[in-house]
Each structure stands twice: as structure tokens, then as C-alpha cells.
Design a protein around this ligand. Structure first.
Ligand code: HEM
Length: 180
């Protein structure tokens, strides 16, 4: 329970920013970007568990993997909800046009659709029901993370340093798996 609460601290911080009106000149953009960042960071943290748990004394980290994955999905879902609510005010036709017009939105949607079944099947009962298929299904987290970083790249217009940094971290985490 305490772990969940720690995972929700960024959300509390965001809520505090809204309440105190400290999100800057464009609070909507800040909210969308902040939730997107946390979605990506939790996904990277999820992927980092496998290499880190091999370090001496770190085997117990595996217990955090599901939590991190769900937090990643949760923040990503919030990011999408903020986008639909504040950028499109629930205008589904405008949203649909945006998906077709802006490739970074199309890619973001694809990433989100890949993450959706992972969140749904993250419970022990789904694990039992799917058996060995569960592990195979959950490998979708790799293409989903690649799409999220691509989404980030396509969104940025000038300064590519942060997307590059995230791509390098993701490349390291996926490369480690490839080598193993
Ligand atoms: C339907 C799906 C999605 C939509 C419509 C969407 C939309 C957006 C928008 C509008 C922005 C900000 C663009 C700007 O301010 O100029 C953004 C940025 C971003 N999104 Fe998404 N996104 C989606 C999926 C995702 C997912 C699944 C993740 C992560 C798990 C994600 C992570 C990010 C990141 C990291 C950024 C950059 C934040 C920054 O600049 O600091 N997005 N997205």
C-alpha cells in the first residue's frame, strides 16, 4: 500500500501545482507533458527491474515490477485523458482528425493501445488463465516503449537532447535483454 502511495506522489505534486496555480503560463501543456514524462519513466523503471534484480541483494526488486508497470499505464492513461479533455474538450471528430494529421499522436495512440492489454491482464488471475502466453503477451512492453520514445522524438521540434537521453536509456535496457 505504501508503495502505491509513493507512486502517486507525482500526481499529488501535480494536483498541488494546479491548486497553487504554479504550472506556468500554459498549465494544460504542463499537465500533459508531466503525465507523459511519468508514464515513460515508470515504463523505463519497469524495464530496469530485470537487469537490476541480478545485482547482489536486489532479487526482491521483482516485487515492484507489476506496480511500476501499472503506474506507467496509469500516468499514460492520465496523459491521454488530459489530452482528450483539455486539448479537444471531448470533441471526438477533432480528436480523430488529430490522430490522422499528427504522426506523433498516431504513434502515441498505438503505444497506448499496446499497453492497454498489459494493464488489463496484470492480475494474478489473468496470469493463471493465460499461462505461458502471459509472458509472451507482456513482451509487448518492448514495442510499446519504443513507440513512446518515438512519440517523444516526433513531438519535439528543436531540442532533441531529452528524447535522445530516453532513447539511449531504453536502448541500453533492450540491448541488455538482446545480449542475454
Ligand atoms: C493516445 C495516446 C497519446 C496521445 C494523444 C498523446 C499526446 C501527447 C501530447 C499532446 C503531448 C505534448 C505535445 C506538446 O506539448 O507539444 C505528448 C507528449 C508526450 N507524451 Fe504522449 N500521448 C499519447 C500517448 C503517450 C504514452 C502512452 C506515453 C507514455 C507512456 C506518452 C508519453 C509522452 C511523453 C514522454 C511526452 C513528452 C513530454 C515532454 O515534453 O516532457 N504519450 N503526448
Amino acid at each position: 500500500m505504501a508503495r502505491w502511495l509513493i507512486g502517486l506522489l507525482p500526481l499529488v505534486w501535480l494536483g498541488f501545482g494546479v491548486w497553487q496555480n504554479t504550472l506556468g503560463a500554459n498549465p494544460v501543456e504542463r499537465m500533459i507533458r508531466y503525465s507523459g514524462d511519468w508514464g515513460l519513466w515508470w515504463l523505463l523503471a519497469t524495464l530496469a527491474i530485470a537487469p537490476l534484480r541480478r545485482l547482489p541483494g536486489c532479487a526482491g526488486l521483482i516485487r515492484l515490477r507489476r506496480l511500476f508497470g501499472l503506474l506507467g499505464f496509469g500516468y499514460a492513461a492520465l496523459h491521454v485523458v488530459f489530452f482528450i479533455t483539455f486539448e479537444h474538450f471531448f470533441s471526438w471528430s477533432a480528436l480523430f482528425r488529430d490522430i490522422l494529421k499528427r504522426p506523433f499522436i498516431t504513434i502515441g495512440l498505438l503505444a497506448f493501445l499496446l499497453l492497454l492489454p498489459l494493464a488489463v491482464t496484470s492480475t494474478p488471475s489473468w496470469m493463471r488463465r493465460l499461462g505461458p502466453q502471459w509472458g509472451r503477451l507482456h513482451r509487448l512492453v518492448y514495442p510499446a516503449s519504443v513507440l513512446v520514445v518515438l512519440h517523444y522524438f516526433l513531438m519535439v521540434k528543436a531540442d532533441y537532447r531529452l528524447p535522445i537521453l530516453h532513447a539511449v536509456i531504453l536502448g541500453g535496457l533492450l540491448g541488455w535483454r538482446g545480449v542475454r
